[in-house]
Write a protein that binds this ligand. Structure first.
Ligand SMILES: Nc1nc2c(ncn2[C@@H]2O[C@H](COP(=O)(O)OP(=O)(O)OP(=O)(O)O)[C@@H](O)[C@H]2O)c(=O)[nH]1
Ligand SMILES: [Mg+2]
Length: 325
């Protein structure tokens, strides 16, 4: 073992040793590989890591093929993006899903009511965002499949009950847990998943009860970089802000297609990552379009309506695009 590996390597190795699922193993191994200095002295180790990555991928494939390892925690994605709600017992996660969707959610006074993740669709203007309610997250006892579900989601939102003083401990324990699992990072290696702490949305619940404001002040001091949305599931305070916030955090845009000489098709928005180009849109519409694309006209982000733009023109939310083959 070469002695000149940076400390981050050993941290990632520790994550690897504790990994429960192939997804976690792959993420940790990739991180070890990206951290490791690349020179002759580490060639053997690099090869060994690549071998272990391919073994973990094989394991992942086998798992997904065998029905016996069906994971009820993993919910197929639908709509514009999948957002998973995470938080301690009884903080109001299920109540949020109940308020914002038609999902049949179980809400109760006692903790540990929710035993498996449950999805509901939340409307935001002309799109639907998939919101997932989860069983309470207790960092020292998170089942492997739950970790896979967190990796699977497009965005994580932390829910805390600010009427309880232990919300501060819960928040820091959950953030530490997500950091340990490399879901919240200080730096994100290329081609890997993770969020910066400053991207995280915290939904603070039970603002109708006393004590909330003081706890929020403390959280703002401890975590000046996180965004806190203050709500109440009881009196409805700021619930209407959640769909827009989730849309914003998903970092996606809506693009409408238009056939030449026809009206735009506003009924079927295409969802693309922010920063996508006309060519990315064409690929999504049809692979032949992408191959044979000659020109495009757009309405919205162009200087004037119907302007001809190049394939690499960056699209904005609500652009209308007419593709010409
Ligand atoms: N006063 C008040 N009570 C709330 C609010 N949100 C949720 N509750 C109550 O808190 C209790 C727990 O709510 P749930 O939505 O079941 O909480 P949960 O986080 O899903 O709980 P687990 O499934 O056990 O993790 C219920 O009695 C809710 O009615 C709120 O904003 N204000
Ligand atoms: Mg619940």
């Amino acid at each position: 073992m070469p002695a000149n590996l940076p400390p981050q390597y050993y941290e990632a190795e520790e994550v690897y040793r504790n990994a429960k699922t192939p997804e976690e193993k792959i993420a940790a191994l990739k991180e070890m590989l990206s951290i490791m200095p690349k020179h002759k002295g580490t060639e053997k180790l690099q090869a060994d890591l690549k071998k272990r990555i391919s073994n973990a991928k094989e394991e992942k494939k086998k798992k997904s093929e065998s029905k016996s390892t069906y994971n009820p925690y993993l919910i197929d994605k639908e709509g514009a993006g999948q957002v998973i709600l995470l938080g301690a017992p009884n903080v109001g996660k299920s109540s949020i899903l109940d308020s914002l969707s038609n999902a049949k959610v179980e809400v109760a006074k006692y903790p540990f009511t929710t035993s498996l993740p449950l999805a509901g669709m939340v409307e935001y203007e002309d799109i639907q965002i998939q919101l997932i309610d989860t069983p309470p997250l207790v960092p020292e006892d998170v089942p492997g499949p739950m970790i896979s579900a967190i990796f699977h989601a497009d965005y994580i939102t932390l829910v805390i009950d600010v009427s309880e003083n232990d919300c501060l401990d819960h928040l820091s324990e959950i953030i530490d847990f997500l950091k340990k699992k490399r879901l919240i990072r200080d730096e994100i290696p290329e081609n890997q998943k993770g969020y910066f702490l400053e991207d995280i949305l915290v939904i603070a619940t039970k603002l109708d009860l006393p004590g909330g404001e003081q706890n929020i002040e403390v959280i703002k001091e401890l975590y000046p970089q996180v965004e806190i949305l203050e709500i109440s599931n009881k009196n409805g305070k700021s619930l209407e802000k959640i769909p827009y916030k989730l849309f914003e955090k998903l970092n996606v845009i809506r693009v409408y297609s238009k056939a030449p000489g026809e009206e735009p098709d506003y009924d079927r928005p295409f969802i693309l990552d922010k920063g996508s180009t006309v060519l990315d849109f064409a690929k999504l519409v049809h692979k032949d379009f992408a191959k044979n694309l000659k020109k495009a006209r757009i309405w919205g982000s162009a200087r004037f309506d119907g302007q001809h733009v190049a394939k690499d023109h960056s699209l904005e939310d609500k652009d209308v695009v007419e593709l010409h083959m």
